[in-house]
Design a protein around this ligand. Structure first.
Ligand code: NAD
Length: 231
């Protein structure tokens, strides 16, 4: 069981040029979240919903991991049994950095899934329709393998299992609006938080170390802290 959990959100990919929710820009601003990210959108608004994820998939094709992703990959390689990486992100920056064993809580942009039989395909950065609209196994309509607001998130139970053995929890780049940070911190003996700025959804007074700076800057200190903790 890993002693250290690194838990990341959209902020860790901000310096790779991928917009967070909060600092919405470009792609996000042209759509209303309730039209394309909520349970039921695929039934009521399939065309626009699929288009949105097609564009997001295309958007990450040439994006590159930043220093924070690379440092996290390096420290995970150094202590493979002691560190578990969990992300809310749906982008593939950690995969591009070489990580193979991370838990994506909210799905993965490059994948489409069959809601009926569970078939999953990595379609890279292409449009869903250029792959195929229907499941090759059971012919149901495929959908982006993304957890929409209001849908069950099956990986949360894995997250809780990993957190049960956690001693040090490192949180990077999340506003805490989707996952309750106080609940996560209750699992750990020691906690570190890195965001660009305080968030209304996070009470940071009970967090042991708080770094309000860019992840690419904070990460070197965080990696040192992890090493000290594990040695
Ligand atoms: P959020 O947008 O709600 O919050 C982003 C947080 O990152 C903020 O607290 C901000 O202070 C911090 N931040 C911004 N730039 C930073 C930087 N350079 N270094 C350190 N911190 C920085 O994101 P969230 O809490 O992850 O929740 C958003 C939801 O949307 C998640 O469920 C996620 O799946 C999804 N999402 C994913 C991506 C992605 O995959 N890259 C992008 C946008 C949204």
């Amino acid at each position: 069981m890993a002693k250290v959990i690194i838990f990341t959100g959209a902020g860790v990919s901000a310096e790779s040029g991928i917009s967070t929710f909060r600092d919405s820009g470009g792609l996000w601003e042209k759509y209303r979240i309730e039209d394309i990210c909520m349970a039921g959108c695929l039934q009521t608004n399939r065309e626009k919903t699929i288009e949105f994820y097609d564009k997001r998939r295309a958007d990450i094709e040439h994006k590159k991991p930043n220093h924070a992703h690379r440092q996290i990959k390096a420290i995970c390689d150094k202590y493979p049994n002691d560190i578990k990486l969990i992300t809310q992100n749906v982008d593939d920056m950690f995969e591009k950095a070489g990580c193979v064993d991370l838990l994506h809580l909210h799905g993965f942009l490059r994948e489409v899934v069959c809601p009926s039989c569970g078939f999953i395909a990595d379609i890279g950065y292409t449009k869903l329709a250029s792959y195929q609209e229907h499941c090759p196994k059971c012919h149901e309509l495929l959908r982006p393998n993304i957890v929409f607001f209001g849908e069950p998130a099956p990986k949360y139970s894995d997250m809780h299992d990993f957190l049960t053995g956690c001693e040090l929890l490192v949180i990077i780049g999340t506003s805490g609006n989707v996952i309750d940070i106080r609940m996560l911190c209750e699992y750990a003996d020691r906690t570190i938080l890195n965001n660009l700025e305080p968030s209304d959804a996070i009470d940071d007074t009970n967090i042991d170390k708080v770094l309000y700076q860019k992840a690419s800057v904070a990460i070197d200190e965080i990696v040192q802290d992890i090493e000290l903790f594990l040695n």
